[in-house]
Design a protein around this ligand. Structure first.
Ligand code: ADP
Length: 227
């Protein structure tokens, strides 16, 4: 087994704990994501996929259990340590692109790097390389509104990878696209992840897309099956 990049150990999560409307969403989630591994997370709506991705990405903490990235246990650490680790190690992709509307595609990828101290020329060079990998380098100078839905998502994938994280967490990354666009954009995502050696956990409803990843895990009654 390759080195674990992301590990969830006995993760439990409650909402409204102790109240009449308490929900025990995660009931002991175990997951190990190896270096370069791409894993599909499949579950019906409401099963807790977003909760799991938020906890894996250190946006929220587990009530029980822990989360480690690169061998460091980060859940339970100070806000500052978790925020730093999240900025350095995790790239998020959502169903909607969340690109900044007043900046070009290239600027959307360069700005997060420059915020981390990378010089503009270097940040733009990396941005162009990422855009080339997903086939939208010819749209580098366009603002998001001038791009198609598929192009917007491709740029969002590049933005998530701008600062070379260890892991990409994606929540229905092609869920807003029509089926044929979704298929092409998903292929671009797979190539990007493979080409950069990244690890990825990708929530999807689409079983055909899920089958193209290394492994499929299902969230059932608060635990992962097939992990
Ligand atoms: P999914 O992403 O699989 O649709 P979620 O993780 O969004 O599922 O939600 C899992 C369950 O937890 C749902 O029953 C949802 O209503 C509940 N839930 C999510 N967030 C909260 C919250 N902040 N407060 C209370 N219940 C929540």
């Amino acid at each position: 087994m390759s080195e674990a990049v992301l590990r969830l150990n006995g993760v439990e999560k409650f909402y409204n704990k102790g109240l009449a409307n308490e929900v025990h969403v995660l009931r002991g989630v175990e997951l190990t994501l190896g270096a370069g591994e791409m894993v599909a997370l499949v579950a019906p709506s409401g099963a807790g996929k977003s909760t799991l991705l938020h906890i894996a990405g250190l946006l929220d903490g587990p009530d029980v259990g822990d989360v480690s990235i690169g061998g460091d246990v980060l859940s339970g650490q100070s806000d500052k340590r978790r925020t730093n680790a999240r900025r350095r190690d995790v790239g998020f992709v959502y169903q909607f692109h969340h690109l900044l509307p007043e900046f070009s595609a290239l600027e959307n990828i360069a700005l997060p790097q420059m915020a981390n101290g990378v010089a503009k020329a270097e940040a733009e060079a990396r941005g162009r390389d990422l855009l080339t990998r997903v086939g939208v380098d010819h749209r580098a100078d366009h603002r998001p509104a001038a791009l198609s839905g598929g192009e917007q998502q491709r740029v969002a994938f590049c933005r998530a990878l701008a600062n070379s994280p260890r892991v990409m967490l994606a929540d229905e990354p092609t869920g807003n696209l029509d089926p044929s666009t979704s298929d092409q954009v998903f292929s671009a995502l797979v190539e990007l992840v493979r080409g950069t050696g990244l690890s990825a956990l990708v929530a999807t409803h689409n079983m055909e897309l899920a089958a193209r990843m290394d492994r499929v895990v299902r969230l059932q009654d608060g635990v992962l099956v097939g992990a």
